[in-house]
Design a binder for this molecule. Structure first.
Ligand SMILES: C[S@@+](CC[C@H](N)C(=O)[O-])C[C@H]1O[C@@H](n2cnc3c(N)ncnc32)[C@H](O)[C@@H]1O
Ligand SMILES: [Zn+2]
Length: 292
């Protein structure tokens, strides 16, 4: 083989490898490299995330905060406190902040995300709104198996994140499972040319609506969201519970064995009585120390 042909083959191979790396790391944000890669990327970009996204507070309040506030108005605080909202893959706290701006004190929130640096950003923003900080529990945890009992949350949300999960369908099913009968689900699904870069991680519009129906969800409303997402609102049929869990610990169920975790060694640790699963509070962030 002439030398120039060898060089050409080498250059083509280098371009192919560079294109593959660009797709794996930049375009798909590490999703095909596994959850650790996704988490590492988000931990790295946590400080820049809001600047990259450039959320508009008025739009956030109008399109996210307002409909959720309207729904929560039908679930007024009971004796045990306001209803609970779970924000799956909460990132830097965009959704809790939008809801609190639209309906201060209308719910208590668990903001769950794998990337601790993203949650730390959320923590800073929430701390700036001092009276709201204690309304949000920050939980560093994987969304694939949610550590909550069935039917605990009046509202469950997952924005711009399902496509980064190793098994989006499992997270979707988990989100439905932990939502109360009579509860609201707010989700996004990546659409358009970007979705074609993420095979197996997104749904065609009609497939997602059908999947939600098989999970027992009704009243699916789909609307365009940002440039490359659909925003979905859906209801889990049933009668809402008369009472909300008094404490966030009452929401928990061990994701390893199904046991009922209880506080241990003071306020800062919650342990499963039946296995090694444990959550510990450090610097305002709950994280699992053993098990998942
Ligand atoms: C594009 S951000 C969206 C954050 C927020 N929902 C928003 O709309 O701004 C995606 C988030 O999903 C989180 N994430 C990705 N995979 C996850 C997983 N398996 N479990 C929990 N969080 C995950 C990332 O850490 C990141 O914060
Ligand atoms: Zn357990």
């Amino acid at each position: 083989m002439p030398a120039w042909l060898g060089l050409l083959a080498l250059a083509a191979a280098a371009v192919a490898v560079a294109a593959l790396l660009y797709w794996l790391i930049i375009l798909t944000e590490g999703v095909y490299l596994g959850p650790r890669a996704v988490t590492a990327l988000y931990n790295r970009c946590a400080r820049r995330y809001d600047a990259i996204k450039q959320f508009d507070a008025a739009d956030e309040a109008f399109f996210l905060g307002r409909p959720i506030a309207r729904f929560l108005a039908g679930h007024p605080p009971a004796a045990d406190g306001p209803p609970w909202l779970l924000d799956v893959a909460s990132g830097t706290g965009r959704l809790p902040l939008a809801v609190q701006a639209a309906a201060p004190g209308a719910c208590r929130t668990v903001a769950l995300d794998r990337a601790e640096a993203m949650l730390a950003e959320a923590q800073c923003k929430l701390a700036a709104q001092a009276d709201q900080a204690d309304q949000v529990i920050l939980l560093a945890h994987d969304a694939g198996r949610l550590p909550f009992a069935d039917g605990q949350f009046a509202v469950t949300t997952c924005l711009e994140a399902l496509e980064f999960m190793p098994a989006p369908d499992a997270t979707l099913a988990e989100a439905v499972r932990v939502t109360q009968p009579g509860g609201l689900l707010v989700l996004t699904n990546r659409i358009g040319p970007d979705a074609r870069l993420l095979p197996g991680r997104t749904w065609r519009r009609e497939d997602l609506a059908a999947r939600l129906r098989t999970l027992g969800v009704t009243g699916v409303e789909i609307m365009p969201w940002q440039m490359d997402y659909d925003l979905l609102f859906a209801l889990k049929p049933g009668q809402p519970a008369a009472r909300a869990a008094a404490e966030w610990i009452d929401l928990l169920r061990c994701p390893c064995c199904g046991g009922n975790p209880a506080p241990a060694a003071g306020e800062a640790t919650v342990s499963c009585p039946d296995c090694a699963w444990q959550l510990r509070l450090r610097q305002g962030l709950w994280r699992a120390t053993a098990g998942i």
